[in-house]
Design a protein around this ligand. Sequence first.
Ligand SMILES: [Zn+2]
Length: 468
Amino acid sequence: MAKNLSDLAIQYFEAHEEEAIEKLCQLVRFPTISAEYCERQAAFSDCALWLQGEMSRIGLENAQVIPLENAPPLVYAEWLGAGDSAPTLLIYGHYDVVPVDPLEQWSRPPFEPVVTAGRLYGRGASDDKGQFWAILCAVEACLKSNSGLPLNVKILLEGEEEALSAHLAPFLKENWDRLNCNGILIADMDALHPQVPLIMYGTRGNCTLEVHLKGPSHELHSGTYGGGVENPLNVLVRLLAAIQDGKTRRILVPGFYAAVRPLSEREMAYLEDLPITDEMGLAITGAPALAGEEGYPLKARISARPTFEVHGICGGYCGEGVKTVIPASVTAKLSFRLVPNQDPEEIGKLVRDYLVQKAPPTVTIEVTPWGKAQPATVDLDAPLIAAGQRAIRRGFGAPPKFVRGGGSIPILNILQEQIHPHILLTGFGLPEDRTHSTDESLSLSQFRNGVRSVIYLFEEVGKFSRQA
Ligand SMILES: [Zn+2]
């Protein structure tokens, strides 16, 4: 019986799966931590060159490393062999990863990947090296089997997503014609369960800030001066505590919720349909109890509501034993995940004004914005979403559910505005992948189903556009 084109491509992938996983291990070995780009420039250029070589090897054309000033290079390749009348899909992924500390809490070194019990362990295995690698494997399978690709593809990989993509926006603005396409595919998310794949129709925004307080000109003996001079660490914890109501978990910064757009009926129905329970939250996180904004279920709190988090406090003495000092200066790193239509810049200003106004004259305060990301939602009526829905159902054997992602993809709204409004945002990770945490890993069966889904997506998108 004659096989159809996706069957041929899937057959090719299955015959070469071991090699694909070995290559993914090679990719995970590059320590491309974008937060440490200055010390790790060699890893970035090595990884970018390796990707360029691999993209050529799998049959893509025009593979190139694109240097950016003071930032990790981009890697780009394309295959336009389907011709002008065929649709073009732009694929975006990121080859940078988040830092690995606390290193001592990893069961094995983060950049020495191992495959065990159906999982590939290593920093970046799931976020996002393994996920964009699945897409490249699908491209390879189509190009190298007799199936061919029924559409054109352009692939853009960046090395600064985890550092909020500061340098990508200007590149997109200058290169919109080169990236001209009929839709965009991003796989950089978790499914809920192997049988509950997800399509993300939005992401939260992010506003990250650093609060710096200065007290005395130098560290002081707390016995000699305590009670007479302000301790900036005491002030810092009071200020941070004043940001959020401890009981309702509402953020107390005036105007913080003013721009929050309520969920539409369709979004409410999608939220209703998500099988996320408190029990799942407890099992995945290992927390003794769940927390969050009063009046909202867990599934809303982790996706459709804004949040406030303190990520680190620095100052004073945390070493062994006791050192009774009044620190001279202290710092806290904060972030606010935002939802449509909150603006990170506006929120940053509101928080800064609030803290400055609350800080006593006994300290000086500086609030510095770091990276930011706009919240975004995608067009759910785009043909690409329907194609993705069918492809994922075939690839995973279960229909995808729709969710607003809780994380942030800083470049999402810029891709929408500059390149194409139709974006299919999905992912082959699982909640237990521990992305951004210690012992990150990727389920290889998810990886396999991801490759299959993308092969089906290529078939669907090609077909759809010819009908349209
Ligand atoms: Zn990612």
